[in-house]
Design a protein around this ligand. Structure first.
Ligand code: ZN
Length: 872
């Protein structure tokens, strides 16, 4: 059942041009296709034509205008097999599909009465018979026929070329996309939509019309997406020399969408959560997320569309590179250090967990059953980290030369990861053969570092040892090429010392390369004892272990010249303290706060740190999920208790300071999602969270006032969350009710309302989830709702992992139901259960038995693949 990378064969037939006509109807949409097809010159004349097609009702089939009778083809639930075809011909097909019944949200479906599509990766085969693979690229001409009243707007890829009225109250629009593309980039939208329009002039002076299409009520929520789009277009010209290539660029917001967004040529389709913002409905984080996703999809126009993937094993070719591009864009537009801290913090929590679990896979997998299961943190985020390492290895200038070469050489082609890395090798003269192992080897490398200062000779000996743990199907690992950016911070001077290695002066901040299993680097002319600052800026996606003392960490926290490592030193210091507290909790011993942490926080709170955004990150404790990552066996209750203890101890000891920080960062300025304002709000809201952890009068008063002031969603959501997560139900209930009633009409705000309630630590959460699943605003068919309620509950560590197993059972019930409705979302929802090995025996048993319960069902290939791996 799996597909293997090693089985790749170029297509025997290619489609050069496709003409499609859609006659829309909720239950019976007719799709007529005219495909110009050619046999590959290497293929034999008797090679059959194989077309993918699923959930299609075939009405008729013809080759070169001659109808085919049923004896000349074979049809099954996977597609069509035609034994004899000419060398070059036109295939005409007529099929019927039912968009309204399509709850999988793949192919053509309806969302809130409007028609839309999602074809990546293999959804086009639910629309018409076609060689549904990315290395078949055709030009498309598409006619959409709809109802003049219900579907006044008819959109497809490319440029509009004709429109007109038809009888029976129908009308049509014809679109032409001149750029050959794989069918996964096909898109169609039809409905009662309203558009906000703007313009962008490209660097060569071409005028591009920009349109964002939304439901009428959301017209006032598009401004930020539009300005983000314009910034992204300008950035791609400046940073990569990439210009937009059509006269029209459209974004459409839909409520029902499996992922964030999709880069269909000229017609990006977005989850409404990834486009719509308004100060009163969206938080700062949502504003930044929208900016990042709009940029990501736009950047795909080159890294994905103009140059696409040969096959789906190469998915990271476009996704890893495009994530790297959007990360750099966001870093340039906002606070670069904070962007890096947030990305790494998320990466080390979620991708490390994936890489350590049963679904671990390389950035380029070598097999899959269901490709939608591979839209993962490994393909996206680890893929981006590897591109970042490449950029750092060749340097900024060469990287640009390499990307220029890549875009130029492979424009209009479907290529591989080797093609991309090959361009970087060519322009830099470097050998990346060992580096390529990053793409084929799964698992997170552990780096054990050990350093020794030799006073007598003024030398510092740094030994690095690497080991990548076994992952499913990969018991033995080879050493990787690991670039370690570092400095040695002098303990007397507090400054970075000049690094001299093998008589070569490397400067004060340098990259050393670990290529073997173990290597000792001897730095000479080291005049004072240093503390090493390793893996600066997270220069490689590895787990770095160094036996830092708490004194070392407190020192790095204030003296490291690398902002990222200053933050990381704070995290490590907090983790050491948390370790002790977790042990104390387990042993029933009284918990004692480490005053080095308190001192460090005091210094931060009262010091003169000018970058408020970074300060806010430094005052944030590692999340329960990240703490859990560091533990051999996860004890959810001890982790929660230990972290709460640290929060409360800090709040008690530094109450005055937190209040001062809160007050210093209140602003009456009108809301704007600027880096300065966002930093102020984060700082203020973190201070409030500490104060609320002890629920004293002043904290409660500030929190209630912030909630009632109703200034912007960032502040309101934080205040509401803190009230709901406190033990003051007398204050929380009325606030929740007021909020729920005020926003009942806005699905994106109701998502937040669901999430806030099911992430509270109190024990009544399971009952709440069940109750809220009956709420009129909830629907299992809407992925955002499922994520906001069920997904958020599964992230609520103390409640999801209840010892009576009811949390697991609830998730499993939902997975079983979604397996029928929406297999992609069902498969994703299982993730927390797949991590069973990380827990105690009781929980392991409970989690496994739920996985086995899923396994007994008739399963979609998506869910089957995940459960199979989880139980293997
Ligand atoms: Zn993408």
């Amino acid at each position: 059942q799996p597909v293997f990378l090693s089985d790749y064969q170029p297509p025997a037939y290619r489609v050069t041009h496709a003409e499609l006509t859609f006659d829309l109807d909720p239950d019976a949409t007719r799709v007529k296709a005219r495909l110009s097809i050619e046999r590959h010159s290497d293929a034999d004349a008797d090679t059959p034509l194989i077309l993918n097609g699923e959930h299609l009702k075939l009405i008729s089939l013809a080759i070169d205008e001659k109808a085919l009778d049923a004896s000349s083809y074979q049809l099954d639930e996977k597609g069509l097999h035609i034994a004899q075809v000419p060398e070059r011909f036109v295939l005409e097909s007529d099929v019927e599909i039912a968009p309204q019944e399509n709850t999988a949200l793949e192919g053509l479906y309806q969302s809130n009465g409007m028609y839309c599509t999602q074809c990546e990766a293999e959804g086009f085969r639910r629309i018409t018979f076609y060689p549904d693979r990315p290395d078949v690229m055709a030009t498309f001409k598409v006619t959409v026929i709809g109802d003049q009243q219900r579907e006044p707007v008819l959109l497809a890829n490319g440029n509009p070329i004709e429109r007109g009225n038809l009888e029976g109250g129908r009308h049509f629009a014809t679109w032409e996309d001149p750029h050959p593309k794989p069918c996964y980039l096909f898109a169609l939208v039809a409905g009662n939509l309203h558009c906000v329009e703007d313009h962008f002039t490209t660097m060569s002076g071409r005028e591009v019309t920009l349109q964002i299409w939304v439901e009428k009520d959301n017209v006032d929520k598009t401004e930020h997406a539009m300005s983000s789009l314009k910034r992204a277009m300008a950035w791609d010209e400046q940073a990569y020399g990439r210009e937009y290539d059509l006269d029209l660029f459209m974004i459409v917001a839909v409520n029902d969408f499996n992922m964030g967004a999709m880069e269909n040529k000229g017609l990006n389709i977005f989850n409404s959560a990834a486009v719509l913002t308004h100060p009163h409905t969206a938080t700062d984080a949502a504003f930044q997320n929208v900016e990042g996703i709009v940029a990501h999809e736009y950047f795909h126009n080159w890294s994905g569309n103009r140059v696409t993937c040969r096959d789906w094993f190469q998915l990271s070719l476009k996704e890893g590179f495009t994530v790297f591009r959007d990360q750099c864009f966001s870093a340039d537009t906002n606070s670069a250090p904070v962007k890096r801290i947030q990305d790494v913090s998320f990466f080390r929590t979620a991708q490390f967990a994936e890489d350590a679990g049963p679904t671990a896979h390389p950035i380029r997998p070598d097999r899959f059953i269901e490709i939608t299961n591979f839209y993962t943190l490994t393909i996206y985020e680890k893929g981006a980290e590897v591109v970042r390492m490449l950029r750092n290895l060749v340097g900024e200038e060469r990287f640009r030369q390499g990307s220029d070469l890549y875009f130029e050489r492979f424009d209009g082609q479907a290529v591989t990861i080797e093609d991309f890395v090959g361009c970087m090798a060519e322009v830099s003269g470097q050998d990346f053969s060992q580096f390529m192992r990053w793409y084929s080897q799964a698992g997170t490398p552990d780096i054990d570092a050990h350093g020794e200062y030799d006073y007598v000779h003024g030398e510092y000996h740094l030994t690095l040892r690497q080991r990548t743990p076994a992952t499913p199907g990969q018991p033995n690992k080879l050493p990787l090429h690991i670039p370690v950016r570092m400095g040695l911070v002098g303990t007397k001077s507090g400054q970075d010392l000049t690094l001299t290695l093998n008589d070569e002066k490397l400067g004060k901040d340098a990259v050393i390369h670990l290529r073997d299993n173990e290597k000792t680097f001897i730095f000479t002319d080291v005049a004072e004892a240093p503390v090493p600052s390793l893996l600066r800026e997270f220069s490689a996606p590895v787990k770095l272990h160094y036996p830092y003392s708490r004194e070392d960490l407190a020192f790095l926290l204030t003296h490291d010249s690398d902002g990222f490592n200053r933050w990381d030193a704070g995290q490590r210091l907090a983790l050491l303290a948390l370790d002790d507290l977790i042990a104390a909790h387990r042993n029933g011993v009284e918990k004692v706060m480490d005053n080095r942490v308190t001192e460090a926080f005091k210094t931060l709170l009262t010091g003169s740190m000018s970058d408020k955004a970074v300060l806010a990150e430094m005052l944030t404790l590692p999340s329960e999920a990240y703490i859990a990552e560091q533990q051999p066996i996860v004890d959810v209750d001890a982790i929660h208790a230990a972290r709460e203890f640290v929060r409360q101890s800090l709040a008690v000891a530094l109450r005055k300071e937190f209040i001062a920080v809160y007050e210093a960062n209140v602003t009456e300025q009108p809301y704007a999602p600027t880096p300065e304002q966002i930093a102020q709000r984060s700082l203020k809201n973190i201070a409030l969270a500490y104060l609320m952890s002890i629920e004293d009068e002043q904290g409660l008063a500030l929190c209630e006032a912030q909630f009632s002031a109703d200034h912007n969603m960032t502040d309101v959501r934080q205040a509401l969350t803190l009230l709901v997560h406190s033990d003051r139900d007398d204050l929380a209930s009325p606030a929740l009710k007021a909020f729920g009633e005020k926003w009942a009409h806005d699905p994106l705000v109701m998502d937040q309302w669901f999430t806030i309630q099911v992430s509270r630590p109190q024990a009544d959460v399971l009952e709440r989830v069940k109750y809220l699943m009956q709420h009129p605003a909830f629907s299992l068919k809407n992925p955002n709702k499922v994520r906001a309620l069920i997904g958020a509950f599964a992230q609520n560590r103390v409640n999801f992992h209840r010892l009576d197993g009811q949390g697991y059972q609830l998730l499993t019930d939902v997975v079983i139901e979604l397996n029928r409705l929406n297999p992609e979302i069902a498969a994703r929802l299982i993730t927390p259960l797949t991590r069973w090995q990380r827990f105690d025996e009781t929980r392991q048993g409970l989690m496994r038995s739920q996985l086995e319960r899923i396994q007994k069902e008739p399963l979609s290939s998506n869910v089957y693949e995940v459960v199979e791996k989880a139980l293997a």
